[in-house]
Design a protein around this ligand. Structure first.
Ligand SMILES: Cc1ncc(COP(=O)(O)O)c(C=O)c1O
Length: 456
């Protein structure tokens, strides 16, 4: 990295005093003994996900933004925003290096080979047949969703979401002047399911769209064919367009399946939907800003286009996504298996060492959804939040009990996670922990957190 571009990581680390990623919190010896060696199985496959890959100093949200917010001595492990800490698939880096050799960045004439890579990937991996005439590009799932909301949901109308759900959906809905109508998931014994009766009740004359999250961020549900069919039929009958965000679809644990909404048997149900996808979650290309949406409904796509949705893409993003879809499958399969190992590790560790927290291994995603209700009670998070709100300026977001739990873990464990209340109704009492990182860091984080909990 050049010194001129502000990304000189060695200098940054020296200045920040971070010669190595901070380990177990100093001053509180690890009462929980899980020597790093014990959590690492023998290397499996071609790619190394075990070696800690230090991202500090690259202006990344997951680490640098947290260090900026909380101070360099307070972040041992960033486990917030949903991206991965691993080195990219070698095929991606190779393709980018080759393109960079040609030092010109003028306007891109989007190559047909890029669209082909999307069509082939979806057909090969998921038997999804995308009609290229009914596919549109986007600089992210968000801009695509925003265009679709503008097409179908006039300002003031309601957009259904199934909470707890991806927090930024709420931002998109607000941005287009709509209101989120929450259809809470039912939680029984640590497992979430859809509540169709509640869904029916919430649909009124001014409900035009539903944002489906499949697999669900943050709960990790991979919705079944029956769930999706029932949801789709209700939405068709009640004239609610389904906006199916399937960006997490490649992260599915072994015993589970991702069912693309577009493969449902009822063609009319499928015609009542638009699917949103990207290689960015699967291959960690979030900052390259490339995504796509597709439908079998020409009228729907025309309506989205008519909002003025722009389809220009970033050259490097196109190169990276194309390489990922054409040559990255083996890497992806290994990273997914590695992350499943992390999920198993988290589940075992929490049940053995953290009586104040609970976690159920999710069906998919690289997110662990921790139930921290007991911890929140123990630290009196409700009262702490109420006190903090008394002195809060009206410009800043309300402090929730989960904000207090987030701060507790930063202060006492040097671990940053996302607070559950931001994921809407049902998120209270939870923290979202991103475990797409080396197992050693997962272990460091959990060890620190277990020690922090012991000391309350
Ligand atoms: C469900 C979901 N949709 C969309 C996004 C963001 O998509 P993009 O970066 O392509 O806008 C995320 C990122 O975490 C997500 O979890």
């Amino acid at each position: 990295m050049s010194r001129n571009n502000g990304l000189d990581r060695r200098a940054f680390l020296k200045n920040a005093g971070m010669t190595a990623l901070v380990g177990v919190v100093s001053g509180s010896p690890p009462a929980v003994t899980t020597a790093a060696g014990s959590v690492l199985g023998p290397p499996v496959g071609k790619y190394d996900f075990d070696t800690v890959y230090n991202r500090v100093g690259t202006h990344c949200v997951k680490w640098d933004q947290q260090i900026r917010t909380y101070g360099k001595d307070n972040i041992a492990v960033g486990m917030g925003i949903a991206d991965m800490d691993f080195k990219a698939a070698p095929a991606i880096t190779k393709a980018l290096l080759e393109r960079i050799q040609h030092e010109n960045w003028g306007y891109l004439d989007l190559p047909g080979s890029y669209a082909e890579s999307i069509l082939n990937w979806n057909k090969r991996r998921y038997r999804v047949e995308i009609n290229p005439d009914l596919m549109m590009h986007s600089t992210g799932v968000h801009p695509a969703l925003i265009s679709a909301l503008r097409a179908f949901s006039p300002p003031g109308s309601k957009v259904l979401v199934q909470s707890p759900t991806y927090n930024a959906f709420y931002t998109d809905i607000t941005l287009v002047g709509c209101k989120a109508e929450e259809n809470p998931l039912k939680l029984v014994g640590g497992r979430y399911s859809m509540d169709f009766e509640d869904l029916e009740r919430r649909i009124s004359h001014d409900t035009n769209t539903l944002i489906l999250c499949n697999p669900q961020n943050p709960t990790g549900n991979c919705w079944s064919r029956d769930d999706l069919a029932t949801l789709g039929e209700i939405c068709l009958r009640r004239r609610v367009v389904v906006l199916a965000d399937e960006i997490h679809c490649d992260f599915v644990n072994k015993a589970h399946t991702y069912t693309p909404f577009s493969t449902l048997d009822n063609e009319e149900v499928v015609r009542n939907s638009i699917t949103f996808k990207a290689a960015s979650k699967s291959f960690n290309l979030a900052a390259t800003k490339v995504a796509y949406m597709f439908s079998t409904n020409a009228d729907y796509m025309a309506r989205v286009k008519a909002t003025g949705h722009r389809q220009e893409l970033n050259t490097l993003g196109v190169v990276a996504s194309q390489a990922a879809y054409n040559e990255g499958e083996e890497w992806l399969d290994q990273v997914v298996a590695y992350i499943e190992g992390n999920h198993d590790f988290v589940e075992k560790f929490v049940s053995a060492n953290m009586p104040l927290a609970k976690v159920t291994k999710p069906q998919g995603t690289y997110l662990a959804w921790l139930d921290v209700t007991s911890l929140a009670d123990k630290i009196d998070a409700q009262r702490l939040a109420a006190d903090a709100n008394k002195s809060r300026s009206p410009q800043t977001a309300a402090v929730t009990p989960e904000t207090m739990v987030e701060r507790f873990f930063v202060k006492h464990a040097k671990v940053q996670m996302n607070q559950g209340a931001s994921y809407g109704y049902g998120g209270a009492g939870h923290m979202r922990m991103n475990i797409a990182t080396s197992r050693k860091l997962v272990e460091t984080a959990l060890t620190n957190m277990a020690n922090a909990c012991k000391n309350v």
